[in-house]
Design a protein around this ligand. Sequence first.
Ligand code: NCD
Length: 356
Amino acid sequence: MKKYNHLIDLGDYSVEQWNEIIQLASTIMKNPHIYEGACTGKIMATLFYEPSTRTQMSFQAAMLRLGGGIIGFDNPETSSIAKGENLKDTTKTVSAYSDIMVMRHYLEGTVKAAALTADCPVVNAGDGGHLHPTQTLTDLMTLTEEKKRLTDLNIGICGDLKNGRTVHSLVRAISKYDNNKLTFISTPELGLPDYLKKELTESGTICKDVPSLEEALPELDVLYMTRIQKERFISDEAYEQQKDVFMLNMAKLKSAKDDLIILHPLPRVDEIANEVDDDPRALYFKQANYGMYARMALILIMLDYDMKMKPLLNGGNSKGLECKNPRCIVNNEHGLVHSFVETNGVHVCEYCEERI
Ligand code: NCD
């Protein structure tokens, strides 16, 4: 098994390493000129099989500001994928041209599957409705800069907690810091997946479900708004029932704390009224800017350090068990071995985390 410093889930790194990345990001933001040539001669590939503005461009801007070069695609139809090339062959080829590879894909577990055969470190820039660790680095940096702490925060997370990969990575990370409370503002249909609820309970993080923004807002230190993930719904009707349920406007914000900060991974659809943008508590565009520095720090650390990665798969071919998630890469790409880890009699797919 190769030992590159892949970042598939933030849990691949220790909390001390997350803190190191955030600290370096802050230093770079304050002294950008010092890092201008830090990646001269290095190449980053960005392979985006799903739309992106911030993640892709902030990664590219990060590498360019470090003096490195970029290659890649944001439309697989312009690459040999349109001719039928599989994930393994694309990964093998592109990783031979690059020093670091950033990948986003619409199927869960794809970036881990790519890392299995890549010849350079791989970063998960979002795999379906599963995880988005570099958005979480962005969020952790934003909290550090704006709230001066990652502990003792009451964080409200509103919108599509079921399909929102930014939410999944964020709650996992927040639960590793002391004394945070999570307030979930969602519909029963779009609540957090059970496996994450269980992880949060086991970590001792205090969680509560609140049905409306009005009820949640007075208590919150941070409000993390999210978009209803239209592309992950099985039908237009199902999406229509969920869209516009939660909308933040100035009237609702009247009851919020003066030092609340409002975050959103973006893109926004209708869940935050434009009028909120002028409120000093609205920090989502600043958050997007922090993301570039967080990614500069991540690139530097990934290229410089041997962080002794854990193996990507631990279970091997688990006694004929097969993942049942149709959106898992293992059910969509030939040649991948189904692989599970077992905890307390439950088998967890090592690509997408589906439980059987
Ligand atoms: C998010 C994503 O792609 O998951 N955007 C981002 O990366 N900043 C959020 C979303 O699409 O709603």
